[in-house]
Ligand binder design. Structure first.
Ligand code: IDC
Length: 359
């Protein structure tokens, strides 16, 4: 789970921006000195401290992910489905369950751009992402803000929108230690060069507001490191993105990607900083039969190599890769235990409970 019991927590980590603002204003108006002395203990904190308190800001060290003490860490958790379709699966109850029953370390907030997503209502989607960042933070979760571009597959199609969105997100949340910025979910049908140049436009805008931001860069061919379009990770090695503190993204669907995809990934983990921000135990449609043996092979490698991973997806969509049975979200649960879960949900809940920072 996201909470630890051993070290006293720091109450300010879980206060919302608005609360911190009010405290600062109060301190200024009434001359009570620093908000540290004036602040009441938040109702959401107790003597426990969260994973964020324990590990702080994450950063790339060599080709691994490290916490603020320089120790290697592996995060494990879940991705939402598209907010335009399954926002109602992200409730107080479901997010509590994710943090405290599933023991997740990380929530990926998947905001599609097309297909009825961000481009149809930039203000509304941005506001919802702000809220979900606060919801995750209050529960001690790291939060990946996923710019879920998919169709069209060229990330440059959305650059202006991405610059607006990420500059606001980074400036509002720069004081938080738990945000990770995923700037392009799955580029496809475009060269590595196009992805690299997009990244080199977006990363500086994020870093202007949040200089230490950890940025996750999608890779060619649906974040397959190029493999689904007959390339591989060596094109990245030959011409990496010109920025530090970034990781490259790999996605896999275990029933479809057990062969050459696995082989390239196995090689690439020795050569590039990688973060698996999406995987499924089924086919690349997110549906069909589960292949738990293939998924376990990947998870064993990722445990050994301390590669962080996030599973697709925390919704009640009818497809086999959505963890909840259809109807669960409208019914308001059950969120905890296994009663509301499909087979893939039961499997991944067990995996998350026993892995990562809180395993
Ligand atoms: C799928 C969803 C499905 C939706 C479709 C639309 O499961 O409900 O209709 O997207 O785009 C990915 C993508 C992710 C896909 C998922 C499963 O990042 O958006 O979700 N997948 O197909 N890459 C590989 C698989």
């Amino acid at each position: 789970m996201a909470r630890y019991r051993t070290t006293p927590g720091h109450p300010y980590r879980t206060l919302s921006l608005a609360t911190v603002g009010a405290l600062l204003l109060g301190a200024a108006l009434f001359g009570t000195g620093s908000p540290e002395t004036a602040a009441p203990v938040s109702a959401t904190t107790d003597t426990a401290s969260t994973a964020i308190d324990q590990h702080g800001r994450l950063a790339v060290c060599g080709i691994k992910l490290c916490d603020e003490n320089g120790e290697q860490v592996q995060l494990t958790g879940m991705s939402s489905h598209g907010l335009q379709w399954y926002d109602h699966c992200l409730t107080d109850g479901s997010l509590d369950a994710l943090a405290d029953d599933w023991n997740a370390d990380v929530l990926r907030v998947s905001m599609y751009i097309q297909e009825g997503g961000y481009e149809t209502d930039p203000r509304g989607f941005t506001d919802r992402v702000h809220e979900l960042i606060e919801e995750g933070t209050e529960r001690g979760l790291y939060v990946i803000v996923d710019w879920h571009m998919l169709t069209p597959g060229d990330p440059n199609h959305n650059t202006d929108l991405a610059l607006d969105f990420f500059s606001e997100i980074a400036s509002v949340h720069a004081d938080k230690d738990n945000l990770l910025y995923e700037i392009a979910n799955e580029p496809n049908g475009v060269s590595w060069d196009a992805i690299k140049s997009y990244s080199e436009e977006v990363i500086p805008v994020i870093r202007e507001a949040d200089p230490e931001a950890l940025v996750l860069v999608g890779t060619r061919a649906w974040s397959s490191l190029g493999v689904s379009e007959s390339a591989d990770h060596t094109e990245i090695l030959a011409d990496p993105v010109d920025a530090d503190n970034i990781m490259y993204v790999y996605h896999f669907y275990a029933a479809s990607h057990g062969g050459v995809h696995y082989d390239v990934f196995e090689q690439a983990v020795q050569e590039l900083p990688l973060f698996v921000t999406e995987f499924g135990t089924q086919e690349h449609t997110g549906d069909g039969p589960d292949d738990f043996a293939s998924a376990q092979r990947y998870l064993d490698l990722m445990a050994q190599e301390q590669i962080s991973w996030v599973n697709w997806n925390f919704s009640d969509d009818f497809r086999s890769g959505a963890v909840f049975e259809p109807g669960t979200c409208d019914a308001g649960g059950p969120w905890t235990g296994t009663d509301g879960l499909k087979p893939a949900g039961e499997w991944i809940r067990d995996q998350i409970r026993t892995s990562g920072l809180s395993g």
